[in-house]
Design a protein around this ligand. Structure first.
Ligand SMILES: C[S@@+](CC[C@H](N)C(=O)[O-])C[C@H]1O[C@@H](n2cnc3c(N)ncnc32)[C@H](O)[C@@H]1O
Length: 210
């Protein structure tokens, strides 16, 4: 039977997390501005700095649920653009967004996405994918690196020259090796840590241009 979460039965650390979450400037802003998650502000800042997503573009959003990056990207590409989103979890529908639910590690999902892309040129691939973390780097880091490798593989298949990949990476084991590989596959790889990304979080975002 599911247990209802109340202030009483939350552990001390969960209470502290809940308080921090509710007090968070970006959580409040997201609620006010109608974004599904505070993550929206990470993409907004990245795009403002790098000027990647523009009207009419085709964008693929990997690890899209609950959908705040899709909201941002959808607005940026506008009615003439195309947005294809995918996540292992369900995502509430968004206007003009094609959503594919499934595990990106499975060939079938990869193929479904490739099918949906068809003959189109994808201008930008976004990946905010991250595994459920256990708090143990030995478990979480390889899982994250694997998702990153798959996202890079997908991006290399669908991006034309000048196309871009924006990808969340956890700093840690395997990161430098992947970056080295990417430096030979893309013309430029830049790192950005948006202000909405919590300073204590190991996440950074790489923007790679083909
Ligand atoms: C940080 S959240 C993404 C938030 C989203 N960008 C937004 O703005 O709403 C990371 C997402 O990666 C997804 N994810 C994790 N492993 C995945 C996998 N194997 N295949 C597809 N999605 C995955 C999770 O379900 C989760 O929704």
């Amino acid at each position: 039977m599911a247990t209802r979460i109340t202030k009483k039965n939350l552990s001390k650390s969960s209470k502290a997390w809940m308080k921090e979450h509710l007090d968070d400037h970006y959580v409040q802003l997201a609620q006010k501005e109608g974004y599904r998650a505070r993550a929206a502000y990470k993409l907004l800042e990245i795009n403002e700095k790098m000027g990647l997503i523009k009207k009419g573009m085709t964008v693929v959003d990997l690890g899209s649920a609950p959908g705040s990056w899709s909201q941002v990207a959808g607005r940026l590409v506008g009615d003439d653009g195309i947005l294809i989103a995918s996540d292992i979890l369900p995502m509430d529908a968004l206007e003009n967004v094609t959503f594919i639910q499934g595990d990106f590690r499975e060939q079938e999902v990869f193929d479904q996405l490739m099918n949906e892309v068809g003959d189109r040129q994808v201008d930008v691939v976004l990946s905010d994918m991250a595994p459920n973390t256990s708090g143990h780097a030995v478990i979480d880091q390889p899982r994250m690196m694997y998702l990153c490798e798959l996202a890079v593989d997908f991006a290399l298949k669908v991006l034309p020259k000048d196309g871009s990949l924006v990808m969340k990476v956890f700093q840690g084991k395997g990161e430098q090796e992947l970056r080295k590989d990417m430096q030979s596959q893309f013309s430029k790889v830049r790192t950005i840590k948006p202000s909405a990304s919590r300073p204590r979080s190991k996440e950074v975002f790489w923007v790679a241009t083909k």
